[in-house]
Design a protein around this ligand. Structure first.
Ligand code: GLN
Length: 455
């Protein structure tokens, strides 16, 4: 499997899914082979898994697809990477993303865009979605069995939907963020892309558990074995939030959504229309909070301790820092830093940051009210359309790209609930259409059971 994976990666290099292939798997593959023979195999023995290039990997470059970290080699593994390795997985390589995971297309990378494996016509490239586009293309094209991505506003679910694979965003706090280079600390989660829900659960089972290095990662006692217990759809109450039927939703996605609602209804699940009145302000609120946390997080990249440093002859300390940042960070990243610092100015803090936190609470309350009214799941589209053409997408600015791409995915990050996207069918131009399911915080196993039932 390992050897096949390596040759697949080489043969499909035009997709640009990987930014670095770790050749040190050979020795691990030999060890796995031995363990499989003598019966001492671990849960993921010898399974090739790809990791998005914003997770720290010991001794392996971790670039965030940015010139700033182009030569950065961490001295430690992210907790989730460490746990994958301990379970016998072979970390096959690092996958492409939008710079520092800011984006929804995997087009804004120093390594160039990742291409979707699905094509509506020969030589017509569609975006992979993002920012975990490399991970989802790696899975969709069979280059690896599963991949890690990250999800702050939809970055695992959006590309999974466009690439026709399963993409799971766990509850905030279920998996450790230690070693995941932060975008928005209050929303970031490691995510899993795989071909089936069952594969997602297998990977999840080795990642779950508290971590002394991440105080937001809690001990939930969640048991992945309960995934195997009987799932009864006729005991479930499912909400269809009408606000997700928004401007820009394509007819084919809407039809797929209706088809799934009818399917559940026919199987005696109780499907009802519900309202989540604050959905439409979620994107604007997210943009402010995202920029604020970005501005704070990115302040560590000064060029002094690590990362890119400008080689000009600098007259001042300030000039060294600002030139290094100017030269090494892309336009999207710089514009978020700028707006974040603007929102955080003493004169603006109440008006923008505090106000957005209050609206975040209202968005989160929309979810909580439904869970309190005994709804088990929400079913929505994942993306408003199928994957746009690369050329079409690149003609839009990053704000416009994210505003439409993240509409359905990003509210889940506001409240921290688990969400999953599963592929349903192909559109008339043969591109994947998927559906999203959400459940209440830490009801991850039932969410996965429901997704498995639908699959
Ligand atoms: N598109 C969103 C953004 O750029 C979400 C990114 C993510 O989930 N990493 O902020």
């Amino acid at each position: 499997l390992y050897a096949k994976t390596l040759s697949d990666i080489e043969n499909k290099s035009d997709l640009n899914a990987f930014v670095h292939v770790t050749r040190d798997g050979d020795q691990r593959a030999v060890e796995s082979h031995k363990r499989l023979q003598d019966g001492t195999q671990r849960p993921l023995e010898g399974i090739p898994i790809a990791v998005k290039d914003n997770f720290c990997t010991k001794g392996v470059p971790t670039t965030c697809a940015s010139k700033m970290l182009q030569n950065f080699v961490p001295v430690y593994d992210a907790t989730v990477v460490e746990r994958l390795k301990a379970a016998g997985a072979i970390i096959i390589g690092k996958t492409n993303l939008d710079e520092f995971a800011m984006g929804s297309g995997t087009v804004d990378s120093i390594f160039g865009p990742t291409k979707n494996v699905w094509r509506s016509k020969p030589n017509q490239w569609h975006i992979a979605g993002g920012s975990s586009g490399g991970s989802c293309v790696a899975v969709a094209s069979g280059m690896c069995v599963a991949a890690l991505g990250s999800d702050t506003g939809g970055s695992i679910r959006n590309p999974a939907s466009y690439c026709g694979v399963v993409g799971y965003k766990p509850s905030y706090g279920l998996l450790s963020r230690h070693g995941l280079i932060p975008l928005v600390n209050s929303m970031d989660v490691p995510g899993i892309a795989a071909k089936t829900v069952e594969d997602v659960v297998t990977v999840l089972s080795v990642l779950i558990g508290p971590d002394a290095n991440d105080s937001t990662c809690v001990d939930t006692n969640l048991d992945t074995n309960s995934f195997q217990t009987n799932f009864l759809i006729d005991k479930c109450r499912i909400g269809i939030p009408e606000e997700y039927n928004c401007e820009g939703l394509s007819n084919e996605v809407k039809e797929t959504w209706d088809y799934i609602a009818n399917l559940i209804n026919d199987s005696k699940g109780a499907v009802q229309k519900v309202s989540m009145p604050h959905t439409s302000v979620s994107i604007a609120t997210y943009s402010v909070l995202n920029a604020c946390e970005v501005a704070s997080n990115m302040s560590r990249y000064t060029g002094l301790f690590y990362g890119y440093r400008s080689t000009d002859d600098h007259k001042s300390f300030e000039s060294l820092i600002s030139t290094s940042r100017m030269e090494a960070l892309g336009e999207v990243v710089r514009s978020r830093i700028l707006s974040g610092n603007f929102f955080l100015l003493r004169s603006n803090y109440e008006k923008y940051f505090m106000q957005s936190l209050k609206v975040r609470r209202l968005i989160s309350d929309d979810f909580k009210n439904l869970w309190k009214s005994n709804y088990d799941f929400l079913v929505t589209p994942t993306t408003l359309s199928t994957a746009p053409l690369l050329s079409e997408f690149k003609s839009l600015d990053n704000r416009t790209q994210c505003a439409t791409q993240d509409y359905c995915t990003q509210p889940a990050n506001m409240t921290g609930c688990p969400a999953i996207t599963i592929p349903v069918k192909l559109s008339s131009n043969k591109m994947p259409i998927s559906i999203q399911i959400m459940a209440s915080n830490f009801d991850d196993i039932r969410l996965l059971q429901f997704a498995n039932w639908l699959e």
